[in-house]
Every structure is written in structure tokens, then in C-alpha cells.
Design a binder for this molecule. Structure first.
Ligand code: SF4
Ligand code: SF4
Length: 445
């Protein structure tokens, strides 16, 4: 087994935290929003509004659609103008288009939920529409639901924010410690968790100091400074570095008595229970060499990327690369009409110079990619496997080498002196094995 047979590796990436000192601002409402029904990692939501309906901010526009789903809310006030097919990261679903009336009128029914037991609490977290806001988009209620099978004495609050450029969690920790506190109080009350570790990389000393002082009177909360290395915020890495625990292949984190929750996700749950606002907007970092005025700025979910850039002084030049999320793990976007999603913590745009890929050279078998992998995987084996035409043999090797564990962190590509596209290959290999196994399950293999 590859996993954790030696220390957990990490790489030093340039931080580029250019927006860390800039207080978050709120953008004026965009003319329209496009809200995909499959923004969370579970099943797509089912629209409950029709074209022509008028909606207010926070009103439910789509109900949870099955496994690991959460409802969607209107993020602007206005009129539903379309419910149209929409493909998001390869998954076909629908999207609800709302033309804004510019008023941002709140649904008058919004109020902090009143709950008295675990069922009511989990239902309210579901109703909040909050998902993993660090990028995973896994519904928070479904994560907390693990309490039904395992006691969860320890909650690891992920404030590492190890990706270059992104500072939205950093600003959340500085600007809304009250919401984080509310989230912690709720988990204490309903999950009976006893220990809260807020892991923050040392490159955010102001956040470490602020939260340490904020929670000084609460001996259940510990702010833990972590080395500024990538991928410090990855589940397995953070768990090991903060608690010394290791989650094995296929093992659920909760079975170790731990859950990890992104700090902004926790804050948004806290906010919902404070003022009744479901997840209708979020602050994102907008940065990169093609952005005129990098900043942290809050937009309604569904805001088109073109409007995001407009609110950041426009683009300096025609960008060569636009990314949802971080420079290491983010996904390239080609459509400027694509919307801000729930899990979009940053939108980066880079000019020609910063987007150039160095040409790949043959592998020199230096082993650096293996050395750099936090999970001790062997990306060169994945590459070799992907060159094999026989799909059964390819699947056998990828399974043996545990490609499904790869978290696509990109450390292997980052260190490769031959500039081999290892991370892209890993993504393709994971996609192949997913499809292969699904076909096998259905009897097609
Ligand atoms: S992308 Fe996958 S193989 Fe490469 S370093 Fe990260 S976990 Fe390891
Ligand atoms: S780091 Fe690059 S050159 Fe070195 S072994 Fe890995 S793929 Fe080959």
C-alpha cells in the first residue's frame, strides 16, 4: 500500500497572497444570475419555480434532489427568465436564470432556524444550502450526519488556505470570527464535540492572533499554526499534521472521531443560525496578472465571471488562462458567462507570460514526483499505465497503484524538472478508472 509509508511530503509554492490585507467588499448586484442545479457534489436539485415567477433573495428556487443534495436559493431579487440545460464539469443538469431587479429584496420569511435536537439541527443545516466552500462542495449537513454512526469528539476547522493567491478564508477569519464562533457553539451543542482545532498556515499571522484572542476564554478551541507548505489544507495532510492521525484508503474520517470542515463553510452555517441568511452569496478572491484591481469581493452565487472582472477594474489584457479556484488545483474556465458557484473561492486570470506551459521533456527518472507526493503515490506508474492500450491491464495497474487516492494536488507536476503533465494525466487516469469500474458494475466489462 502506498499511503503513508513515510512522512507526508509537501512542496513550497510561491504564496502570491496579494489580497490578504484588503478588506472584503460587497459588489453591486449583477444584471442576472445563472444558478446551476448541480453545484454540490451530490444529486442535482429540482427546480420549484417556473419561468416568469418573481423571487426574492433567499427564497428556495430548487429543492434538494436526492442523495447528498441541498436546496438552492434565489441569490438576487427579480424574475426567473429561463430554466435551461446546463453542463457543469461534465455533469449535465439544469440552471435557473434570474434577471435582477436591482433591489436585492430579502425573502420576508427568512429567519434564524429554531431547533431543539440533532434531527432539527441537521435539517436546518441542509436548509441553509451550505456545502464545502473550500472547493469540495460536499453538503455540510451530510458531513455532520456522520455523528449518527460515530461520536465526533474532534472538529478540525480548516483555515490553512494553502493555495497560492487565495485569501478569502483568511479574510473570513479576520472579519467574521463571530459566525465561526456560532458554528462552533452549534457543533458543541448538537454533535457534542469537545475539541476544536482551527488549523491556519503561519503565513496568516494576523488571523492566528485574532482568533487566538477571540477564543482565549474557550479552552475547547485551539488555534494551531501550521507550516506554510502545499497542500497543507488537503484532508489527509491537515489531519496528520494537526492530530497525528492517518485516514486509510476507503476509511471514513469520522470513524477516527474527527471531521474536517472548511472555516468559511462553518462561518456560513453560523451566519444562517444568526440572521437566517442561507448560502446566497460568497466572498471570492479575484487575482492574477491579467486582473486590473485584485480584491476579495462578495457576489451573489450565479454571477457571471465577466461581471466579476468588471467589478475588479476589468482585465488588463486578453487573458490566456482563467481559473475557478486556485492556481494548483483550480479548473480552467473558457466561458466568461460561466457563473460563480457555491464552491468558487477564487477566480484567477493570467496573461500570456504566466500561462505559458514549458514543453514536456522525456522523464529522467529522478523520482522527485514520487518524493513530493503527500500520499506516497507513484505518478510515473499512472503515466505508464495510461499508455497501455489493453484497458483491463491498464485498470489493473491503476488499481494496484491506488490512483483513486490521488487528490489531484499537482505537487508531482510542480516539482518535475522535465515539466511532464503528471497532474493532467492523473486526472485522466482517475476518470478512466471511474468509468471502467462503473461499466464493470453494470456488467459491461
Ligand atoms: S496529484 Fe496525485 S500523484 Fe500527484 S502529488 Fe498530488 S496526490 Fe500525488
Ligand atoms: S519528476 Fe518528472 S522526470 Fe522525475 S521521475 Fe517524475 S516524471 Fe520523471
Amino acid at each position: 500500500m502506498a499511503l503513508f509509508t513515510k512522512k507526508i511530503s509537501a512542496v513550497k509554492v510561491p504564496h502570491h497572497k496579494n489580497t490578504a490585507a484588503l478588506a472584503s467588499v460587497v459588489a453591486p448586484p449583477p444584471p442576472e444570475v445563472l444558478i446551476p442545479t448541480n453545484m454540490q457534489s451530490g444529486d442535482a436539485c429540482v427546480p420549484v419555480v417556473s419561468v416568469g415567477d418573481t423571487v426574492k433573495v433567499g427564497q428556495v428556487i430548487a429543492k434538494a434532489g436526492g442523495r447528498n443534495s441541498v436546496p438552492l436559493h434565489a441569490t438576487v431579487s427579480g424574475t426567473v427568465t429561463a430554466i435551461e440545460p446546463y453542463k457543469l464539469t461534465g455533469r449535465a443538469a439544469e440552471a435557473i436564470r434570474i434577471q435582477s431587479d436591482g433591489k436585492m429584496e430579502r425573502d420576508p420569511n427568512l429567519a434564524p432556524p429554531v431547533v431543539s435536537d440533532l434531527d432539527g439541527f441537521l435539517q436546518a443545516v441542509n436548509d441553509s444550502g451550505v456545502v464545502g466552500l473550500g472547493g469540495a462542495a460536499f453538503p455540510v449537513w451530510a458531513k455532520l450526519d456522520a455523528i449518527r454512526k460515530n461520536p465526533i469528539p474532534t472538529v478540525l476547522v480548516n483555515g490553512a488556505e494553502c493555495e497560492p493567491f487565495i485569501t478569502s478564508d483568511h479574510r473570513m477569519m479576520l472579519e467574521h470570527a463571530d459566525w465561526i464562533k456560532k458554528g462552533i457553539e452549534l457543533l458543541k451543542e448538537y454533535l457534542h464535540s469537545e475539541e476544536f482545532i482551527i488549523g491556519i498556515e503561519k503565513n496568516k499571522p494576523d488571523a492566528i492572533e485574532h482568533l487566538t484572542q477571540f477564543f482565549a476564554e474557550d479552552n475547547t478551541v485551539r488555534v494551531m499554526p501550521l507550516e506554510s507548505v502545499y497542500p497543507q489544507g488537503a484532508k489527509q495532510v491537515l489531519l496528520y499534521n494537526a492530530t497525528g492521525k492517518v485516514v486509510g484508503p476507503g476509511q471514513r474520517l469520522a470513524s477516527l472521531g474527527v471531521i474536517i470542515i472548511n472555516v468559511t463553510s462553518l462561518a456560513m452555517v453560523g451566519r444562517y443560525f444568526t440572521d437566517g441568511t442561507p448560502l446566497v452569496s460568497r466572498s471570492i478572491t479575484v487575482d492574477g496578472s491579467a486582473v486590473s484591481e485584485p480584491k476579495n469581493i462578495e457576489f451573489p452565487i450565479g454571477t457571471p465571471i465577466s461581471y466579476v472582472f468588471e467589478q475588479c477594474g476589468g482585465l488588463k489584457n486578453s487573458p490566456r488562462k482563467i481559473i475557478y479556484g486556485g492556481a494548483m488545483m483550480g479548473k480552467t474556465v473558457t466561458d466568461l458567462n460561466a457563473p460563480v458557484l457555491k464552491a468558487t473561492n477564487a477566480i484567477l486570470a493570467f496573461g500570456e507570460e504566466d500561462s505559458k506551459k514549458k514543453p514536456a521533456a522525456p522523464c529522467i527518472h529522478c523520482g522527485r514526483c514520487v518524493e513530493a507526493c503527500p500520499l506516497n503515490l507513484n505518478p510515473t506508474e499512472f503515466s505508464h499505465a495510461m499508455e497501455i492500450d489493453d484497458e483491463d491491464r491498464r485498470a489493473e495497474i491503476l488499481t494496484r497503484e491506488q490512483v483513486s487516492l490521488c487528490m489531484e494536488c499537482g505537487c508531482c507536476s510542480f516539482v518535475c524538472p522535465a515539466h511532464r503533465p503528471l497532474a493532467e494525466n492523473n486526472t485522466a487516469a482517475r476518470g478512466f478508472i471511474r468509468k471502467y469500474n462503473a461499466a464493470k458494475k453494470e456488467g459491461g466489462k
